[in-house]
Design a protein around this ligand. Structure first.
Ligand code: GDP
Length: 144
């Protein structure tokens, strides 16, 4: 499998709890390395735009409120099979049901406050990377 890129967010709960470093270490140990990274405070409009596919879901308002509640780390991760690998390291959406040792099980709380986001397919990775990072930022930062 060729080297691939995915998009990741360390969510407000994990940043506030001081777990961003631990999560980054676990991702890196799992074979994923950041090629672009930024600490940002999302606006409501940005969170709504990013999660636009969930607009009709009953939890949309709560999700936007949560994602704007504090700073997040947005990053592009690169590695073999990065999209699936990141999802595997993250664990199931609901932190209460995530497998032992996964990031969501270790650092999340429930189905909403689940510590991390990760793209679920190549098309979403492309959209999500482009939402936060420009071509110029990405072109100069590839890890060999
Ligand atoms: P993911 O791809 O595993 O992040 O899961 P989804 O795309 O289904 O949901 C996006 C995000 O919405 C999740 O990571 C959670 O933060 C939140 N979320 C998902 N399901 C629920 C829910 O039933 N209730 C609430 N409050 N939040 C949810």
């Amino acid at each position: 499998m060729a080297k691939e890129r995915t998009f990741s967010i360390i969510k407000p709960d994990a940043v506030a709890a001081g777990n961003a470093g631990h999560i980054l270490q676990q991702l890196t140990d799992g074979g994923l390395r950041p090629v672009a990274m930024r600490l940002v405070q999302l606006t409501t409009a940005q969170a709504e735009g990013f999660y636009g596919v969930h607009r009709e879901r009953p939890f949309f308002r709560d999700l936007v409120k949560f994602m704007t509640s504090g700073p997040v780390v947005v990053q592009v991760l690169e590695g073999e099979n990065a999209i699936a690998k990141n999802r595997e390291l993250m664990g199931a959406t609901d932190s209460k049901k995530a497998a032992p040792g996964t990031i969501r099980q270790k650092y999340g709380t429930d189905i909403e406050r689940n510590a991390v986001h990760g793209s679920d397919a190549p098309e979403t990775a492309k959209f999500e990377i482009g939402f936060f990072f420009s071509g110029a930022e990405l072109a100069t930062l590839s890890v060999g």
